[in-house]
Design a protein around this ligand. Structure first.
Ligand code: ADE
Length: 551
């Protein structure tokens, strides 16, 4: 029998539960069955779901409704008895409204406090002559709702630091000096060029600070010949980064603005960006190490969303990794970030958006929020668990949008624990209020790390995509097995495929991971590449058929 069935979190339509694994040696747990029904309707009708791990996210529930849950364990000897019943409630429809009302209350309270503060500050400025803030109010209504303004400045709610948009400053140069330290350039030693940014070179080097140990830094430079707008856009990132202080957010050391070249100096991250780091180390990490990276990113994102900052371009390419595998969120700057991102494409409404990483409501009507960041976080989870695979592979942006609209979601990467794929799917709920927030995600990932056996159940097959309905000869892409293997640089397996009877792409589209292993693909990285390409084949086939290429 299992112990206490605990509620991890609840939203309007979902409840996440977890429990301690029973100690049943020598019987291994096959799976758990969770039975649940609406309390009001007693046991007239109930639903049940199975999971191989000691946690589950039950979706499709009614808001504001009490549900009764009980659980039983299946081992090779059969089912255990059901656990006692536990009652948990989903949150109500109006919780957004309630939190809005809560915020209004906070705003009113803070406004009264703010007004008092204003009087004190005015007296202070009159006495000291230090009045220096001129701010234009250009924030979106959502930003305003989160932030209490006084002369355009954010007054944090008690205990909550709030992000200030540098664009609300009449003079953006002032924002930089408010949030970033000016560094004397003689303290910086540039060592080598490590990359190219939109504004100029990115270098590595050392920074000396009197009385402190010299540290490794990355230095972003603004190349000569810039116009004022470019300088402002360049320094905007520093004004944003300088407001954050968290172990999973890239740390700003300071800026050089009083001499040329203009520079932004940040902590050095030895392993560079997460996407290329994973691609270069395919299969090298344990699942716990990967979940540790994801936990760090979620923790950084929780901090940002608590501060009221919406990233808009969360993707593995915008995460940096240090020598201890600590992942830090980087690339700040809202619209500029998107201009800079090679993945960002123009939408029909004229915005430039990284389609594969972006929530549908943000693509359709630019509704960016922490909930759209949660969608992107789900995509980052998928990138991490697939060692830097491209989300939706080579599908076109238009096909990605259509597939998401039709309800298609990325399948679990090879070797991905069920619990992680469940969390990804939760992040990709169409209805943004149903996505988990970053607090929930950090605590969920913490639980997985504390209880590694919860990660043992893997999504072990080429799954989640409908079986290829095409028959031999109907395949939409008129290429041979050889061409296909060439295209994914796996031609060395051509004979193995053919010898095992997989001589048409249609037969390949039906292969399972076991088939791939059986024909002699031993290396995990090669299995991953082949499996991922088979998933693409199936998806392409499905799409071609839906578009009516086949009768
Ligand atoms: N590339 C861009 N920023 C970097 C950083 N902070 N460390 C290492 N490489 C980088």
């Amino acid at each position: 029998m299992v112990g206490m069935l605990k509620k991890d979190w609840a939203s309007q339509n979902s409840i996440a539960l977890s429990w301690l694994e029973p100690n049943l040696p020598p019987l291994a747990v096959v799976d758990y069955e969770i039975k649940y029904y609406e309390k009001e309707h007693e046991e007239l009708s109930y639903s049940s779901t199975r999971t191989k791990v000691p946690s589950v996210i039950i979706t499709g529930l009614k808001p504001s409704t009490c549900y009764v849950f009980s659980l039983r364990t299946r081992t090779s000897a059969g089912h255990s008895a059901y656990s006692p019943k536990y009652e948990y409630e989903t949150t109500d429809d109006t919780s957004d409204m309630a939190s809005d009302q809560g915020q209004v209350l906070v705003i009113v309270t803070a406004a009264v406090g703010g007004f008092t503060l204003l009087i004190i500050l005015t007296l202070f400025f009159l006495i000291t002559g230090r009045c220096q803030w001129y701010i234009k109010s250009k924030m979106s209504s959502e930003d305003k709702r989160r932030t209490n303004y006084q002369n355009g400045h954010a007054i944090p709610y008690p205990g909550v630091k709030t992000y200030v948009d540098p664009d609300t400053y009449e003079d953006p140069a002032q924002a930089v000096h408010e949030f970033a330290k000016e560094i004397d350039p003689t303290r910086i030693r540039i060592e080598r060029v490590i990359g190219a940014g939109e504004f100029g070179e990115v270098c590595s080097g050392r920074l000396r600070t009197p009385g402190k140990k010299e540290i490794a830094v990355a230095i972003k430079t603004l190349k000569g010949g810039y116009v004022e707008r470019q300088r402002r856009d360049f320094l905007r990132e520093a004004s944003i980064m300088g407001q954050f202080d968290h172990p999973n957010i890239i740390r700003l050391e300071g800026v050089v603005t009083k001499s040329r070249p203009v520079m932004i100096v940040v902590e050095y991250m030895e392993n560079g960006s997460l996407d290329s780091f994973l691609r270069n180390h395919d299969g090298h990490f344990t699942v716990i190490q990967l979940v540790g990276m994801l936990r760090g990113i979620a923790s950084g994102m929780k901090y940002l969303s608590d501060m009221g900052y919406v990233h808009r371009d969360l993707a593995a390419r915008n995460i940096l990794v240090n020598s201890n595998l600590v992942c830090k969120v980087s690339d700040f700057g809202l619209s500029r970030v998107l201009e800079d991102d090679p993945e960002a494409a123009y939408t029909t409404t004229g915005g430039k958006i990284p389609i594969r990483w972006t929530a549908p409501e943000a693509i359709a009507y630019r509704k960016f929020s922490s909930a759209s960041d949660a969608w992107s976080y789900g995509i980052v989870m998928w990138e991490v668990m697939s060692y830097g695979e491209r989300p939706y592979w080579e599908m076109s942006n238009q096909d990605v949008i259509l597939s998401i609209e039709e309800g298609y979601r990325l399948p679990a990467p090879m070797g991905c624990p069920v619990a992680l794929h469940q969390l990804m799917l939760h992040c990709w709920q169409k209805e943004r209020s149903q996505r988990p927030n970053f607090i929930d995600m950090v605590s969920f990932l913490d639980k997985l790390i504390r209880n590694p056996s919860s990660l043992l159940a893997l999504v072990e097959d080429i799954q989640c995509l409908p079986e290829s309905p095409g028959e031999v000869g109907e395949y939409p892409m008129f290429i041979s097995i050889g061409d296909w293997l060439d295209s994914i640089k796996m031609s060395q397996y051509k004979n193995s495929f053919v010898a095992a009877g997989f001589s048409t792409l249609d037969s390949v589209a039906h292969m399972t991971i076991e088939d791939v292993r059986r024909i002699g693909v031993v290396l995990i990285g090669h299995q991953r590449r082949i499996v991922s390409s088979i998933q693409t084949l199936r998806l392409q086939l499905l799409h071609e058929q839906e578009k009516g290429f086949h009768v």
